[in-house]
Design a protein around this ligand. Structure first.
Ligand code: ADP
Ligand code: MG
Length: 590
């Protein structure tokens, strides 16, 4: 075997290796630099990139600046103005604390640090290349700091190899800057790539304004504000605020769910699961919300020092944070439900450019039903609606007064209301009604079970029986009484009461398999949620089923009692609104 003797690394080699932890790609440099600008109290931050940041990254801020004699220290490893002793980390408020970012960047690029403190007569500058510092010289500078990073990784070919195309690196930087802009609406950000402005925020302190810049007016219009009951100073209980998209506005990935904990951008599966959990039965699987969630928490309940880039944190009371987010987001979504609306094709195809004015009748309309499969895009202007005023759900009727006109194809209920025609999917509507009834029963711990006069016998495969055996207590909790007989048959003695009318051996078999299949659980829902949705689906009246007018009326009345009347258990719409203007337009009456 080939054996090498151990030796101390040359300082510049050690520094380059250490830098790898912090500086992975241009976006990591941008992150460290703007965090420093934010920590310095800046209200304006400008970022310039050339060739995806590999040629040049320059961050200019109007923060507190650095004293001329401290410039060499700023570039030195483990030199920071933010922490003096280890206990400081317990109540850290600044984004930086390790004092190694600038040193790491200087190890893998050529940097120039130019700065002037507020009352200083003149500015000063220092340079570093390959870890070697130049002397400090006086230089003209506006108040604040300008950090220029050139030829990133040119001396670290191994790292250079792993970088993606220029555009990919720009989009990483862009995404990151959007996140910081969302976290700091009071800071005016402007970002240029090869001389062209690619992103800017007004810095007016309104999260809503940044939402418009990041996601466009159409999406921003569909966001509702989130606020936990607990507001004000964060103590033991986390304070949650922000915006989330209505269920009719979604993306195909989870990338548009952002979290800021004490104004630090963090990535967390746990937090993402909490937000997505709040959309349970409101959003189809494979669709993901857009969300910006701020969490304020006593810093003593956090460990921010678990990740080199500080994008992961540890919560001391994780369940509490999870519950607070779930509750706040769910409340926001149920407070302002929106009925899906049908719109004529032409209106959909109207181009939505930047800063487009919206037409009056489009006020607060959600995404039209037949564009739902395309995630929203585009970037337009902000609107006053946007503030998402809270509505007392007790006081507002959830459905308009609807007159039943008749049944269509024995599947849809055709109704009219003051604002036009409302088409209701009888199966989806009934599913929603049954689901909420069962959830309420489960919560109240009242029996939801109905004993069968003669037990039903099901023949199952051994693996199916095994899965059912494993879930026995859970199945009991939702109303089943099951027994495995000697001959490996399953005896069904009782079922959830909603099932009694619609039950047959085949659908019962299917239901039991669905609820006990190992892959049936999405990561945001509990077993009971999933199972009850399945039960509701089986128990609900189907399409092609005749309903009398009074049955239809009763169904509408019951639907109105539900908390989320516009979507079924799986997030599909229960009803679609055809507005009078839309109909008039379609018949070319105007
Ligand atoms: P950290 O942010 O962890 O303290 P850095 O290496 O990022 O470490 O920065 C070192 C120090 O340089 C900071 O503590 C701060 O005092 C100073 N500094 C860096 N950037 C700026 C800036 N844009 N404005 C003012 N001071 C800065
Ligand atoms: Mg820093």
């Amino acid at each position: 075997m080939f054996i090498m003797s151990i030796r101390q690394l040359e300082p510049d080699v050690a520094a380059k290796i250490a830098a790898g932890e912090v500086v992975e790609r241009p976006a990591s440099v941008v992150k460290e630099l703007i965090e420093n600008s934010i920590d310095a109290g800046s209200t304006q931050i400008r970022v310039d990139l050339a060739h995806g940041g590999l040629q040049l990254i320059r961050v200019t801020d109007n923060g507190c600046g650095i004293a001329a004699d401290e410039l060499p220290l700023a570039l030195a490893r483990h030199a920071t103005s933010k922490v003096t002793q280890i206990d400081d980390l317990e109540h850290i408020r600044s984004l930086g604390f390790r004092g190694e970012a600038l040193a790491s960047i200087a190890a893998v690029a050529e940097v120039t640090l130019l700065s002037r403190q507020k009352d200083a007569a003149q500015g000063a500058q220092i340079g570093a290349a390959n870890g070697q510092l130049s002397a400090v010289t006086t230089a003209a500078s506006p108040e604040g700091t300008t950090m220029t990073v050139r030829n990133l990784f040119s001396a670290v070919p191994a790292r250079l190899k792993f970088l993606k195309s220029r555009n990919t690196e720009v989009s990483h930087c862009h995404h990151l800057l959007e996140q910081y802009a969302l976290a700091y609406p009071e800071i005016r950000f402007s970002v240029f790539s090869d001389g062209r402005q690619i992103f800017a925020t007004p810095g007016d302190g309104q999260l809503a304004s940044v939402l418009v810049e990041v996601y466009g007016l159409q999406v921003a219009d569909q966001m509702v504000s989130v606020a936990s009951e607990q507001q004000g100073d964060a103590g033991e209980q986390p304070v949650v605020s922000g915006y989330v998209s209505r269920p009719n506005c979604y993306k195909s990935t989870r990338q548009h769910i952002s979290f800021f904990v004490n104004r630090r951008w963090v990535l967390s599966r746990m937090l993402t699961a909490a937000v997505e959990g709040a959309y349970h039965s409101l959003l189809l699987t494979g669709r993901h919300p857009i969300a910006v969630i701020n969490i304020q928490l006593d810093p003593a309940l956090l460990d921010v020092n678990v990740h080199p880039a500080k994008t992961e944190i540890r919560f001391l009371k994780e369940r509490r944070v999870f519950a607070a987010i779930l509750r706040a987001v769910r409340a926001a979504l149920l407070e302002e439900p929106q009925m899906p609306q049908w719109k004529p094709r032409e209106a959909l195809e109207a181009p939505t450019g930047q800063k487009e004015e919206r037409r009056a009748e489009e006020d607060a309309t959600p995404v039209p039903e037949h564009t739902r499969d395309q995630p929203l895009q585009g970037s337009v202007q902000q609107d006053e609606l946007l503030a998402g005023k809270s509505v007392d759900p007790q006081q507002t009727r959830r459905l308009p007064h609807l007159r039943v006109i008749g049944q269509l194809a024995q599947s849809y209920i055709v109704t009219e209301g003051e604002q036009g025609m409302y088409l209701i999917d009888q199966h989806a509507a009934h599913e929603r009604i049954l689901l909420e009834r069962m959830v309420a029963t489960l919560k109240a711990r009242t029996p939801m079970s109905q004993l069968l006069l003669t037990p039903l016998e099901l023949e199952l495969a051994p693996s199916e029986l095994e899965a059912i055996e494993e879930h026995m207590p859970q199945l009991e909790s939702i109303g089943f009484t099951l027994e495995i007989a000697e001959d490996q048959k399953l005896l069904v003695r009782a079922v959830p009461s909603v099932l009694v009318k619609q039950m047959n051996a085949h659908s019962l078999h299917e239901l039991l398999l669905e609820t006990t299949a190992p892959e049936s659980l999405g990561h945001t829902e509990t077993w009971e949620e999933r199972a009850l949705a399945n039960v509701a689906c089986k128990a609900a009246i189907k399409a092609n089923y005749f309903l009398t007018v009074s049955e239809m009326r009763e169904m509408i009345e019951q639907l109105e009692q539900t908390r989320a009347p516009y979507s079924c258990c799986h997030g599909r719409p229960t009803m679609i609104h055809f507005t009078l203007p839309a109909l008039a337009h379609e018949f070319e009456r105007r």
